[in-house]
Design a protein around this ligand. Structure first.
Ligand code: NDP
Length: 238
């Protein structure tokens, strides 16, 4: 696959896990990459920006800093995400709202800010990191799975709003990927996930990054409003 342009890219949650692999992939492909995280640390070759996606003013300032260095944003990967798992009867208002605010509203905030320059430039790629559990469901995760399911509506409505301006919006839905987020799971649960995943293993962050790099490429201009699984077959049919 050959890329011609070096794009201005923002990846939220780019300092660790899946986001880190996404940043490293875009840097290796020759793009200008800004990575948002709360502390602002970033992989080599990327511009690290301290930005809590829960804070609208910080999002605006983060975009301004990225655009001052790299030009108007052309590719956005809304990847920052958190979990706060517990069964519904024990789930507090804060458990619900905190997860929704980062995973869903944070994605809305960055997409809204990015859409401005993408519409003006008549070219853009927005990719949301969803999850297999958005459509599959997961006990103990009504907050998290609701936030990830809602990203599908966000991507599809955006596609209908601005798809005619050369902007695509898609969701990548990973299955169980080896990162800090899944390192906290018990051995028993990991064994259960492996057994229910046809591939028989957990995925690697680089495998998610590869799908996102494709969706962000020139070649993917006619793919929009799609949910692309990277899950070893776990979510088939959902
Ligand atoms: P990690 O826990 O390893 O990393 C989460 C990332 O999100 C970190 O970079 C973190 O940065 C960032 N982040 C969290 N809250 C905020 C915030 N308020 N503002 C800015 N950045 C924030 O998770 P993963 O790499 O595993 O997950 C990445 C994405 O993939 C998430 O959206 C997750 O839901 C999704 N996913 C993961 C799966 C998995 O199996 N691992 C499966 C399916 C989906 P910091 O805390 O340093 O600020």
């Amino acid at each position: 696959m050959t890329e011609t342009a070096s794009r201005s890219v923002i990846v939220t949650g780019g300092n660790r896990g899946i986001g880190r692999a996404i940043v490293e992939r875009f840097v290796a492909d020759g793009h200008k990459v800004a990575s948002f995280s709360r502390a602002g640390d970033a992989p080599d070759g990327a511009l690290g920006i301290a930005c809590d996606v829960g804070d609208p003013a910080a999002v605006d300032a983060g975009f301004a800093a990225a655009e001052a260095a790299h030009g108007p944003v052309e590719v956005l990967v809304a990847n920052a995400g958190v979990t706060k798992d517990t069964l519904i009867l024990r789930m507090s208002e804060e458990d619900w709202a905190g997860v929704l605010d980062v995973n869903l509203t944070g994605s809305f905030r960055v997409a809204k800010r990015a859409a401005r320059s993408m519409i003006r430039g008549r070219w853009g790629r927005i990719v949301f990191t969803g999850s297999v559990v958005g459509l599959y469901g997961s006990p103990g995760q009504v907050n998290y799975s609701s936030s990830k399911a809602a990203l599908v509506g966000l991507a599809r409505s955006l596609t209908r709003e601005i798809g005619g301006r050369g902007v695509t919006a898609n969701v990548v839905a990973p299955g169980f990927i080896e990162t800090d987020m899944t390192a906290v799971l018990s051995e028993e649960l990991v064994a259960k996930y492996k057994a229910t995943t046809p591939a028989g293993r957990l995925g690697q962050p680089e495998e998610v990054a590869a799908a996102i790099a494709f969706l962000a490429s020139e070649q993917a201009g006619f793919i929009s409003g799609a949910v692309i699984p990277v899950d070893g077959g776990l979510g088939m049919g959902h």
